[in-house]
Write a protein that binds this ligand. Structure first.
Ligand code: ADP
Ligand code: MG
Length: 246
């Protein structure tokens, strides 16, 4: 359902992604692991086109884009890709001046042009799904970090994206609060949501992912079935990196 082929990205003279290939099947959870600075966040941002790659190809559902350093991709294709992705950030990034339910409704009202009643109804269903229906009218600042991240997940899911992109979704949270977010993500995975998650938490990756991709210095060192990659890595560098997970 998602295919990245030979993705290149640089910031000025620094090449951050080098010929990255990645394929994700519908309903699969893929964990993107690798040291800090290896390009995980940039790769996620290249999937929803918050960053434009300088080379390679992206296929997402019916949308297909070929990137070049010289020409910007068609606006309609970019919008088509953006509409099919939802993103969850490390630091939640809720709108502080809006209530919880207004946060979840926001995209439905402004981007999808839904009417208020319909948006409120869908937001309510999603808040229920992440266990926060009772917080609908609360302000984000009154919630715990784990609760805020669950609201952010509900907000990302509101437009029914084909894929949920998560960038270090538990890294800003204490273990107990991270656990409640992991529970929600696991439930989504069980429900068949397609997910691409950047994380340096190998335990999280091992517990949720079908497929793992190990990125280093902007290159895929190794990718494959999660259990195999963690128990029988083929590349020495992967073995070294995952050795901390015992
Ligand atoms: P990771 O998420 O794996 O820690 P990032 O994708 O955030 O890695 O960063 C990869 C490299 O790209 C780093 O060297 C980082 O400094 C650089 N980088 C990321 N975003 C930008 C940017 N907007 N401008 C310049 N350099 C960037
Ligand atoms: Mg990152």
């Amino acid at each position: 359902m998602i295919r990245l082929t030979a993705i290149d990205k640089h910031f000025g003279p620094q090449q951050v992604l080098r010929g990255v290939d990645l394929a994700i099947a519908e309903g699969q959870v893929t964990a993107l692991i690798g040291p800090s600075g290896s390009g995980k966040s940039t790769l996620l941002r290249c999937v929803n086109l918050l960053e434009l790659p300088h080379g390679g190809e992206l296929q997402l559902g019916e949308a297909q884009i070929r990137f070049s350093a010289h020409a910007a991709p068609r606006r309609e294709a970019v919008q088509q890709v953006r509409r099919q992705t939802g993103m969850v950030f490390q630091n939640f990034q809720l709108f502080p001046h809006q209530t919880v339910i207004a946060n979840v409704m926001e995209g439905l009202l402004t981007v999808q042009k839904w009417d208020k009643a319909r948006a409120r109804q869908r937001a309510g269903v999603l808040l229920d799904k992440v266990g926060l229906a009772h917080k609908a009218d609360a302000w984000p600042s009154t919630l715990s970090g784990g609760q805020q991240q669950r609201v952010a997940i509900a907000r990302a899911l509101a437009p029914a994206p084909r894929v949920l992109l998560c960038d270090e979704p538990t890294s800003a949270l204490d273990p107990e609060l991270a656990a409640e977010v992991v529970e929600v993500l696991k439930q989504l995975a069980t429900d068949g949501m397609t997910m691409l998650m950047a994380t340096h938490d190998l335990r999280l990756a091992a517990s949720i992912a079908d497929q793992v991709v190990f990125l280093e210095a902007g290159q895929v060192v190794e990718s494959g079935n999660a259990r195999e990659l963690f128990t029988r890595p083929r590349q020495p560098r992967t073995a070294e990196y995952v050795a901390t997970l015992t």
